[in-house]
Design a protein around this ligand. Structure first.
Ligand code: CU
Length: 475
């Protein structure tokens, strides 16, 4: 009798000791996009302290365009938070004393009313604390949920929190944080100066900017993410909205696996484009076989080429010509019967061989709209970090022969225009000498450029030269 009760006392004591074994405590490592905190390697839950400050700051939205961002952690998107399934997250939200607005946080990883919103409501110069159990693994959006909620999100208050599953996802060589969102400004895309938020445009859901990681070019050029041939990459992709769904696509790659909607199952393979809902996420994994620049876009494609939703992944390493050959031939193509086809002269007006300057300006205007506008834009403003401006362009002013060469032969490699670097590809334009003379005369006399005229003879001379001098080689 005595022994039996001693035994059950012992069991009870052991159970009590186990239950009371204190969780270890650690401070969460937070990273700004495109960086992701290192994988959590511990095998037991812990208490994780997360400290985030909200601030209201003026920063660059695009070249020449500033915006008053409301932020988690001073940048858009907010920091990437990484915890493990089962962790107890102690969240501290501090609102900088200089803020004009109260802010809070709704983490989609929270089980509880408002995702923490009411518990974290914080006026300027105050801090709030609440805790939650990270019960559900997955990749979750967080955002400010202070009224007017749409405006707090539109101004930049969102980010991602990864609740790592107990059974970890496979190891990869590189992980990156990419978050899409839109901005609604009083001025049109590219209109210079400090641009206020437009509630009217937000309500109609027609943004001026659609961007990755908070600004035009935040993931392009020198800010591109990088990897090497042979490596595996995992992208944690979020969409802060506030309104649009992203058709997320990586030009030139196929996602080997996608965890759709940020769940824990790699539930689809061989994916070209994955949907990322507003207030949602996806995880995309792929291995890199060949080098080059791979472009991240929202494949609602005007958003990419006209509103800023372009990012770059630059991959270094050896070519594999069995995977991708590069261009193997460029030969003259004569359609079947083309050689004997005759077009009645009346149906095909002959182009004059010369034009006056004013005729060239009108002709050039039409040619520009048909051939150049998609990249260089209606007012020659270009697209920051993607396509150089032709308006007030120092490149065009300096050297006519070089400019003609670019149109005749195309251009690849880095160039500097108006103190900004560009590294995109312009194809050789299939235009006649007179057409090129006209379109360049039009450009030289438009949008604040210094005027002048290009002749067909000048174009013909450049065409007769080898192309090397206008085509910087990368290899
Ligand atoms: Cu807020």
């Amino acid at each position: 009798m005595f022994r039996k009760s001693m035994l059950s006392l012992g069991i009870m004591f052991t159970w009590f000791a186990l239950a009371q074994e204190p969780m270890s405590t650690e401070k969460a490592v937070l990273t700004h996009a495109p960086d992701v905190p290192p994988a959590i390697t511990r095998t037991q839950p812990a208490k994780v302290v997360v400290e985030v400050e909200t601030t209201e700051v003026i920063k660059r939205l695009a070249d020449g365009v500033d915006y008053t961002f409301w932020t988690f952690g001073g940048k858009v998107p907010g920091p990437f938070i990484r915890v493990r399934e089962g962790d107890l997250v102690e969240f501290h939200l501090s609102n900088h004393p200089n803020s004009k607005m109260p802010h809070n946080i709704d983490l989609h990883a929270v089980t509880g009313p408002g995702g923490g919103a009411a518990s974290s409501f914080t006026t300027p110069g105050h801090s709030s604390q609440f805790s939650f159990k990270a019960r559900n693994p997955g990749l979750y959006v967080y955002h400010c949920a202070t009224a007017p909620v749409g405006m707090h999100i539109a101004n930049g208050m969102y980010g991602l929190i990864l609740v790592q599953p107990e059974v970890p996802m496979p190891a990869v060589d590189r992980e990156y944080y990419v978050m899409q969102s839109e901005f609604y400004t009083e001025g049109a895309y590219g209109e210079e100066g400090l641009q206020p938020f437009s509630m009217k445009k937000a309500l109609t859901e027609i943004p001026d900017y659609v961007v990755f990681n908070g600004s035009v070019g935040a993931l392009a050029g020198d800010n591109a993410i990088t990897a090497n041939v042979g490596e595996t990459v995992r992208l944690y992709v979020g969409n802060g909205g506030p309104n649009l769904i992203s058709s997320f696509h990586l030009i030139g790659e196929i996602f080997d696996s996608v965890y759709t909607e940020g769940g824990v199952l790699a539930n689809q393979h061989q994916v070209q484009t994955t949907l990322v809902p507003a207030g949602g996420s996806a995880i995309a994994e792929f291995k890199l076989e060949v080098p080059g620049t791979f472009i991240l876009v929202d494949h609602s494609i005007f958003r990419a080429f006209n509103k800023g939703a372009i990012g770059m992944l630059k991959v270094s390493g050896p070519e594999d010509l069995t995977v991708y050959s590069g261009k193997q031939a460029d030969t003259v193509y004569l359609a079947e019967g083309g050689a004997i086809q005759t077009v009645p002269a009346a149906d095909k007006p002959e182009l004059p061989t010369t034009m006056t300057k004013s005729e060239k300006l009108a002709f050039g205007d039409r040619l520009y709209k048909a051939n150049c506008l998609a990249c260089h834009q209606s007012e020659g403003q270009g697209i920051p970090a993607a396509f150089p401006p032709l308006a007030k362009s120092d490149f065009i002013t300096v050297d006519d022969e070089r400019t003609i060469g670019v149109v005749v032969n195309g251009l690849q490699g880095e160039i500097t225009v108006n103190n900004h670097k560009f590294n995109s590809v312009m194809p050789a334009m299939q235009l006649t000498d007179l057409e090129i003379a006209s379109v360049l005369t039009f450009v030289k006399n438009s949008w604040g450029n210094t005027g002048g005229e290009i002749t067909s003879d000048q174009v013909a001379k450049v065409r007769a030269k080898p192309a090397a001098n206008t085509q910087p080689q990368e290899h």
